[in-house]
Design a protein around this ligand. Structure first.
Ligand SMILES: CC(C)(COP(=O)(O)OP(=O)(O)OC[C@H]1O[C@@H](n2cnc3c(N)ncnc32)[C@H](O)[C@@H]1OP(=O)(O)O)[C@@H](O)C(=O)NCCC(=O)NCCS
Length: 188
């Protein structure tokens, strides 16, 4: 059933990519679950090297657990980019502890394949970074990106992220290891 839903998204995106995108970026909440979750699963299935989470484990999650992703706490949020339907997602996660609440992690950055190369990830990020400025006490955002993911690295560098470290063998996918660059950007 899920693969049918994913096929439907891919087909719909092909049609959407022929038209001019009329993009709307907004916060997602639990009411958006039926749109968010198929896109999240598509991301994990289609780009297994880009994310720490796995498609198989996410597919096996209970709906309650999956829905809880859409109710982040402590200033975290998930953004969605809509062009008729959901075409891009990006999340911010923050821990509550007083020693770590000055920083937050960007996760789950994804644009569906047929909507790529049209500036959607850049617009999502600009919106995300602007919203970060309103998160009380937040001074810095961090993310990690597989070293071979040129498109994502170019995007992040162009938005002012800097590399501050390298995690060797950060991911192991089908017995192959992937290193990740750790990146940071100040929120001023
Ligand atoms: C990475 C990703 C989010 C980019 O989305 P997108 O909407 O196509 O990106 P945009 O069109 O907004 O491009 C923004 C910038 O990204 C970079 N970029 C995007 N595609 C690129 C490519 N194929 N090669 C090199 N750089 C690329 C460029 O710097 C681009 O800016 P420019 O158009 O001014 O040159 C998308 O390819 C994706 O979802 N990939 C799979 C999942 C993934 O890798 N997520 C990131 C995990 S860290």
């Amino acid at each position: 059933m899920v693969s049918g839903v994913l096929w439907h998204i891919a087909e719909a995106m092909t049609k959407s990519s022929r038209d001019n995108l009329n993009l709307n970026i907004r916060l997602l909440n639990s009411a958006d679950f039926s749109m968010f979750w198929p896109v999240r699963l598509l991301a994990l299935q289609e780009s297994p090297h880009a994310f720490g989470a796995s498609y198989e484990e996410s597919l096996a999650m209970s709906e309650q657990e999956a829905v809880s992703r859409l109710s982040p706490k402590d200033g975290g949020f998930i953004l969605g980019a809509f062009a008729d339907q959901l075409v891009g997602i990006a999340g911010l996660a923050r821990q509550p502890g007083i020693k770590v609440r000055h920083k937050a992690t960007i996760w789950g950055v994804y644009v569906v394949p047929t909507a790529r190369g049209r500036g959607i990830a850049r617009l999502l990020f600009e919106d995300l970074l602007a919203r970060c400025q309103a998160v009380e006490g937040l001074e810095e955002v961090v993310l990690s990106v597989v070293t071979t993911n040129q498109a994502a690295k170019e995007l992040y560098l162009s938005l002012g992220f800097e590399v501050y470290g390298l995690e060797k063998r950060a991911l192991k996918v089908d017995n192959e290891y992937f290193d990740e660059e750790l990146m940071t950007r100040a929120i001023t």
